[in-house]
Design a protein around this ligand. Structure first.
Ligand code: KG4
Ligand code: ZN
Length: 363
């Protein structure tokens, strides 16, 4: 046994006697450099997010190489601030957790390597966390009473999933997108509307001034009974509507187009998510949560809440601070694993494509 492994075992033994865990969490899967300290999976002692948005605006999207370099430049200061704001030093922590996938591989590697270095130097348990599991766990930070089982819609830039959260680390995938993720569709439509990166929030802002009933975009696939989504047809329909209007010399109201697109996507997401919850027997059908970057969208939050309430289902969504990428949600997601004494080896790699069922059910 190495000196590091002995130190980790001592820490895990200590945790068994005193079940209070303070986890330093790090997240660098895309374009946010984030660090947080979270106690017992529920209480955020600090959460620092450095966004790279200004760096990627000139390119209209995330440039992976620029993202990795910026993570390298910022991670030290971001982690230091998270520790300072929590008023804790490294030896006072109980573990280091980090996103190890899915995400941009170069970006993931920065956080992963940094977290390994800290864990090794301080003799702390080290844990890799799945990014989607973290987004789901953001709900535990915002509603302390929420416990599995529940049904969850995860809508982010890379994923659109309907998942039954059967237990803290047990997930059953009910549906997924066949093509674009919801956030990706927002970003692509935003771009053709001439809006700057990041597309989702800017499209929402424009949509607030528009009439959501002005244009209609039908999607036969999404009207079916299944729980899979498809957003690329809707995106193409919006693009075609815009181009046809331009060719015919017709003026098109961009705000109305944005509002109509947003309403189409929101209705599909909310309908399917509520139907999915209704289809679950027992407690998993009584609670519906929302997670992922698109959960910051006000129209989606309102539509989900209204439909869930009408169906007699309790609705949960993360506070705005924990909707888009952050490290507090990583600290929450890692808690259960740590308390069971399950840690990862320092050889853990970054995995750019990692299904949530693969990681958690196989574990
Ligand atoms: O979860 P996240 O921060 O990163 C990924 O894991 O992908 O999600 C980012 C995605 C982007 O596609 C962004 O445009 C979208 O979430 N998003 C929004 C809003 N805020 C972020 N989409 C619609 N409305 C918003 N307010
Ligand atoms: Zn994310």
């Amino acid at each position: 046994m190495t000196q590091y492994e002995r130190a980790v075992n001592d820490r895990l033994e200590k945790l068994k006697r005193r079940p209070r865990a303070r986890i330093l969490a790090i997240e660098t899967s895309c374009d946010e450099t984030a660090a947080a300290v979270v106690e017992n999976g529920r209480t955020v002692l600090s959460s620092v997010v450095h966004t790279q948005i200004p760096l990627h605006v000139p390119y209209g999207g995330v440039v992976p190489e620029i993202a990795s370099r910026s993570h390298v430049q910022k991670i030290g200061a971001v982690v230091r601030r998270a520790l300072d704001e929590a008023g804790l030093t490294l030896p006072e922590l109980d573990a280091v957790a980090v996103t190890n996938g899915p995400g941009l591989v170069g970006a993931l590697l920065v956080g992963l390597s940094y977290a390994k270095g800290l864990a090794y130097a301080a003799g702390l348990p080290f844990l890799g966390v799945h990014h989607i599991a973290s987004h789901i766990a953001a709900n535990y930070l915002s509603d302390l009473s929420l416990e599995p089982p529940f049904t969850c819609l995860v809508a982010s830039g890379g994923h659109s999933h309907i998942i039954v959260v059967e237990d803290y680390e047990r997930y059953r995938l009910l549906g997924r997108t066949r093509d674009d993720a919801a956030g990706e569709a927002f970003d692509k439509v935003a771009r053709v509307l001439g809006l700057p990166y990041p597309g989702g929030p800017n499209l929402e802002k424009l949509a607030r001034e528009g009439d959501p009933t002005r244009y209609r975009f039908h999607s036969a696939f999404n009207e079916g009974d299944g729980f899979d989504f498809s957003f690329s047809g809707i995106k193409t329909a919006v693009v075609n509507r815009l181009h046809n209007a331009q060719q015919a010399g017709e003026t098109i109201d961009r705000a109305d187009l944005a509002a109509s697109f947003q309403k189409t996507v929101v209705d599909i997401l909310a309908d399917k998510a509520v139907r999915a919850a209704q289809a679950q027997p027992g407690a998993a059908g009584e609670k519906l949560a929302l997670a992922g970057g698109v959960s910051a969208n006000g129209a989606l939050r309102a539509a989900m809440e209204q439909r869930a309430n009408k169906a007699g289902i309790a609705f949960y969504c993360p506070d705005f601070a924990y909707c888009t990428d952050n490290a507090a949600m990583v600290g929450s997601a890692a808690y259960g694993k740590l308390m069971r004494g399950e840690t990862d080896a320092l050889s853990l790699n970054a995995v750019p494509y990692l299904s949530i069922e693969e990681q958690t059910q196989g574990a």
